[in-house]
Design a protein around this ligand. Structure first.
Ligand SMILES: [Zn+2]
Ligand SMILES: [Zn+2]
Ligand SMILES: [Zn+2]
Length: 215
């Protein structure tokens, strides 16, 4: 179909082969340097195994566990502990992004708001006058959770709560940023997180045909 369209247009104007070839290439690839989205598992590669980290898992640790470059450094600093355990309990957020972690209340799928608890669990714990947290959290009743919506921050897999579409961690992080900049919008926050993510994406330089370089 693409070839037929291209041939038809040569009857009215003479076009170079490179122009014809350009037509045959999907629009997103008609660039000098192609930066794939994180959803492109072939060209982007695996995501970092640390939950909420939007970085590319550039370093393969074992089986389906990849770490981004920054979390690989952090893991090495921690003296290379078992990676499956470490991504759940040892990994810390990177300075450039706020990493969401799970609420420590029993079976709660929401992310942390404060003191290792999601927003409603933190409220209940406060009302109970802050008893020892681990024991309280192990016996806590479930709170409501949105089943369909995920946090809109790129790479965050926690449920979205509240009108901005962020999980508890990212609601709180956005609100704290807003104290410094009253005019900050939720969209700017999302865009900034997307830029952090893109900076860790691989780049395919297609300016030299026959030698597609993965940088
Ligand atoms: Zn990471
Ligand atoms: Zn919770
Ligand atoms: Zn989130």
């Amino acid at each position: 179909m693409t070839a037929l369209t291209a041939l038809a247009s040569t009857t009215t104007e003479s076009r170079s082969w490179s122009a014809l070839l350009q037509d045959a290439i999907r629009p997103e690839f008609r660039v000098d340097v192609y930066v794939p989205q994180a959803s492109d598992r072939v060209l982007f590669g695996a995501l970092c195994a640390v939950s909420g980290c939007p970085g590319r898992g550039a370093h393969h640790v074992k089986r389906d566990h990849h770490l981004c470059i920054s979390h690989t450094k952090q893991w090495r600093k921690d003296a290379l502990p078992d990676v499956e355990q470490w991504v759940r309990t040892g990994a810390r957020p990177l300075k450039t992004l706020k990493l969401a972690v799970r609420c420590c209340a029993r079976g709660c799928p929401r992310s942390v708001y404060q003191h290792a608890l999601c927003y409603p669990h933190y409220g209940r714990w406060n009302l109970a006058e802050r008893p020892p947290r681990a024991a309280w959290a192990a016996a806590a009743d479930a709170v409501s959770v949105s089943k369909e919506d995920r946090c809109r921050l790129p790479g965050c897999r926690f449920p979205a709560m509240g009108r901005r579409g962020f999980c508890d961690t990212h609601n709180a992080h956005f609100a704290s940023g807003r104290k410094m900049d009253r005019a900050a919008t939720a969209q700017e926050y999302v865009d900034r997180a997307a830029r952090v993510k893109l900076s860790s994406a691989p780049r395919y330089d297609v300016r030299r045909p026959g030698r597609v370089a993965r940088a």
